[in-house]
Write a protein that binds this ligand. Structure first.
Ligand code: PMP
Length: 441
C-alpha cells in the first residue's frame, strides 16, 4: 500500500499516545523517512527537525554507525535472557556510560524507557534505605510541573494535573515542592535565571512536616523539559543537594531529556556541577533508535545491595529487555557517533548563537518570554483568554506546514534540535517561527 493510501484508509486501529486522536485522523501528519536534520513527510516534503524527534535523536537521523551496529547485532545475537545470563555488549555499554559520569556515580541499571527508569530509581531509593535498616524512609518528593513519565510512580511524583487526575489516588506518601518558573522576576532569562534559589527551601518545610527519617528521595528534572523548559535558578540545585545531604535524603536527577549533550555537556550533572545520588536517562542513550533507558547510581547505593547473603538476588527488579543486545548495540553505536563528532559538548559551542537567535524573537507577535540553556529553548506565548494551549498548538500546525518541527506544551513552544544542527538551520527555525507567529490570531 502506498503511503498516501495508508494515510487515508488505515488510521483507525492505532490509538495514538498523548494525541488528540479525532483531530489528528482528520488531518494526519505522517513521517516516512528521516536523514540527518530532516524528516520526510508522506506527501514528500522535507521538515527541519527542531525537536530531535521527542528530545531523543541527539545525533540527528539515519546515522550509519548506529544503523550498522543494530543490523550486525540482530544478525549475531538477537536476544539473550536478561536474568542470570549476560552478553558482552551490556557490560561494555555500562562501562562506557559510567565513564561519562562524575565520581561516585559508577553503576548503571538498564531499562527500556524514561518511565521505567523513573520507576526503577524510585524503587531503588526506597529499597536502598531498607537494606541499610532505614525501612521507614519511604516517602517520595517531586515537584509541581515535574514530568517523570507515565507509570504510577512517575505520575505520583510528577506535577502535571492532566496526567494525574484520571488515575485515582496514586502512590501514597508522596509530596511536592513548588516549581521555580517565575516570569514576574525572570522573564527573558539567558541561561539560568537569577532569582528563585529560595524555592528549594520548600524542601525544608516538608522535612519539618514529615520528619526526615521518613523521606526516601527527592526527584527533579535539572531542567524541566516537557512542561515548558523550566531552567533552575542559580543556586537552586546546589541548595536542594545541601538539604538532602543534611537529612539523609537521596537526590534523583531525571535526565531523560538533559542527558547526552543537550546542555552542552554529557549530562546536566556536569553542567550544574551538582552530583545527585541517582540519575535517570533514556532517549539520547540510543539516539532514539531503539527503546532503552538507564538508571545510574553511586557506589554507596550499589554497595548497600551487595552486602547481603551470596545466594540472594540483590534487587528484586528488572525487565525482560533490560540491557537488550540490540539496544546495547544501538547505545554503543550512538556513543561512538557522539564521541567521534564531539556532540556531547557541541551544544556548548553553539549555545551562544542559539541564545541570540531565540532571543531575536523577543519582539515577535504574541511572545511573552524567551528562555534557553544549552541547545534547548522555549518561546512562551500570551494565551488566548479561556483557550489555553490553542495559540501554541496553532503555531505547531502552521510550523509543520511551513517545514519545521517544534513542540508545544500549554502555550509554550519548546525546541531542542539535534546537536548536529548548523547555524543556517538555527536561522531557518527562527525565521520560520517569526513568520508563523506573525500569522497567528
Ligand atoms: N522523564 C522525563 C524528564 C521525560 O522528559 C520523559 C519523556 N519526555 C520521561 C521521563 C518519560 O520517558 P518515556 O516517554 O521514554 O517513558
Amino acid at each position: 500500500m502506498s503511503h498516501s493510501a495508508l494515510a487515508t484508509n488505515n488510521l483507525e486501529a492505532f490509538w495514538m499516545p498523548f494525541t488528540a486522536n479525532r483531530q489528528f485522523k482528520k488531518n494526519p501528519r505522517l513521517f516516512v523517512g528521516a536523514k540527518d536534520m530532516h524528516y520526510t513527510t508522506a506527501d514528500g516534503r522535507q521538515v527541519l527537525d527542531g525537536t530531535a524527534g521527542l528530545w531523543c535523536c541527539n545525533a540527528g537521523h539515519g546515522r550509519p554507525k548506529i544503523t550498522e551496529a543494530v543490523q550486525r547485532q540482530i544478525a549475531e545475537l538477537d536476544y539473550a535472557p536478561a536474568f542470570q545470563m549476560g552478553h558482552p555488549h551490556a557490560f561494555e555499554l555500562a562501562a562506557r556510560l559510567t565513564a561519562l559520569m562524575p565520581s561516585p556515580i559508577d553503576h548503571v541499571f538498564f531499562t527500556n524507557s524514561g518511565s521505567e527508569s523513573v520507576e526503577t530509581a524510585l524503587k531503588m531509593a526506597i529499597a536502598y534505605h531498607r537494606v541499610r535498616g532505614e525501612g521507614a524512609r519511604t516517602r517520595l518528593i517531586g515537584r509541581e510541573r515535574g514530568y517523570h513519565g507515565v507509570n504510577f510512580g512517575g505520575i505520583s511524583v510528577g506535577g502535571i494535573v492532566a496526567n494525574r487526575k484520571m488515575f485515582g489516588p496514586l502512590l501514597a506518601g508522596v509530596d511536592h515542592i513548588r516549581h521555580t518558573h517565575d516570569l514576574s522576576r525572570n522573564a527573558w532569562s539567558r541561561g539560568q535565571p537569577e532569582n528563585g534559589a529560595e524555592y528549594a527551601e520548600d524542601l525544608i518545610r516538608l522535612v519539618q512536616l514529615h520528619d526526615p527519617s521518613t523521606i526516601a528521595a527527592v526527584i527533579v528534572e535539572p531542567v524541566a523539559g516537557s512542561t515548558g523548559v523550566l531552567i533552575p535558578p542559580k543556586g537552586y540545585l546546589e541548595r536542594l543537594r545541601a538539604i538532602c545531604d543534611q537529612h539523609g535524603i537521596l537526590l534523583i536527577f531525571d535526565e531523560v531529556i538533559t542527558g547526552f549533550g543537550r546542555l552542552g555537556s554529557p549530562f546536566a550533572v556536569d553542567h550544574f556541577g551538582v552530583t545527585p545520588d541517582l540519575v535517570t536517562t533514556a532517549k539520547g542513550i540510543t539516539n532514539g533508535v531503539i527503546p532503552m533507558g538507564a538508571v545510574f547510581c553511586t557506589s554507596q547505593i550499589h554497595e548497600a545491595f551487595m552486602t547481603g547473603p551470596e545466594h540472594l538476588i540483590e534487587f528484586f527488579h528488572g525487565y525482560t529487555y533490560s540491557g537488550h543486545p540490540v539496544a546495547c548495540a544501538a547505545g554503543l553505536g550512538t556513543l561512538d557517533t557522539y564521541e567521534e563528532e564531539g556532540l556531547l559538548t557541541r551544544g556548548a559551542e553553539l549555545a551562544g548563537y542559539w541564545e541570540d537567535a531565540l532571543h531575536s524573537l523577543r519582539d515577535a507577535r504574541h511572545v511573552i518570554d524567551v528562555r534557553n540553556i544549552g541547545l534547548i529553548g522555549a518561546i512562551e506565548l500570551e494565551p488566548i483568554a479561556g483557550e489555553p494551549t490553542k495559540r501554541a498548538f496553532s503555531a505547531f500546525l502552521k510550523a509543520y506546514d511551513a517545514g519545521i518541527l517544534i513542540r508545544t506544551t500549554g502555550d509554550i513552544i519548546a525546541m531542542s534540535p539535534p546537536l548536529i544542527i548548523e547555524k543556517h538551520q538555527i536561522d531557518q527555525l527562527v525565521t520560520t517561527l517569526r513568520d508563523v507567529l506573525q500569522g497567528l490570531d
